[in-house]
Write a protein that binds this ligand. Sequence first.
Ligand SMILES: Cc1cc2nc3c(=O)[nH]c(=O)nc-3n(C[C@H](O)[C@H](O)[C@H](O)COP(=O)(O)OP(=O)(O)OC[C@H]3O[C@@H](n4cnc5c(N)ncnc54)[C@H](O)[C@@H]3O)c2cc1C
Length: 235
Amino acid sequence: MPTPESKGILVTRTADGNPMIGPTAYEVEDKEDLSTTDAGLRQVLLVAQRLVPAIDPCDIIAYFAGLRPAAGDDFVIRCEEMAPGFITVAGIQSPGLTAAPAIAKYVASLLEASGLTLMPKHRHCRERPRIIHLFSMPLSDARELISADPECGDIVCRCETVSLREVKQAVADGATTLDGVKFRTRAGAGRCHGSFCTCRVMQVLAEETGRSISAISKRGKGSELVVLDRTDGFA
Ligand SMILES: Cc1cc2nc3c(=O)[nH]c(=O)nc-3n(C[C@H](O)[C@H](O)[C@H](O)COP(=O)(O)OP(=O)(O)OC[C@H]3O[C@@H](n4cnc5c(N)ncnc54)[C@H](O)[C@@H]3O)c2cc1C
């Protein structure tokens, strides 16, 4: 049940449909500490198994933590008089995600009130075509897709059933790193944590962006996976 610190521990699903359990809520001083703990995991499991007894710790494939930025009892949203046009939006802890559209509208109204002329964007894209995910479509639809485009049947990530077409699409949509592709397609997010698909995704990233394998990183500069450029041997 909800507590003063959090909404309680839940059994829920990610936007992609994967089951997720948690969270806990602890005060930490370090602003970069994203560590998880044994005690936290035990607490989450205890509560989650009370809701769904079949939950097995062996099914867990990833543990993660987020930092809730606390700044008193409420969000801090204000115009800074010392710096006209600068709006502080801080301490956006839960329910900051739910409140995001309302916060955006409020900030726009603050900007307008401070003298900024607001105009609709000329190239605003209201509706983007839905991204195709093989893992979320009926088998008959997947078959049709594969017969129309063989790259849809070339499975790059076996755990999450991600095809070559999806990885290429992610790169065309702007992914430049392994995490960028993972975020858009789920390639590498499954049980093997990318043991199977990392090399292939790197290869596609290199080919599609015209970079060498040694320039491909997990999440930007400093997280490259191949130090020496040995493209010949790698590819
Ligand atoms: C476990 C947990 C559960 C939650 N559950 C809910 C919920 O159920 N409902 C709800 O409404 N809210 C929930 N929240 C809160 C919600 O996630 C936050 O309120 C919301 O994400 C805040 O949005 P934001 O854009 O202000 O910050 P963030 O989403 O934290 O975005 C900040 C971004 O800035 C980037 N960044 C940080 N430093 C730098 C830097 N120096 N340079 C460049 N980039 C940087 C970060 O990588 C991040 O991408 C939850 C939070 C946690 C941790």
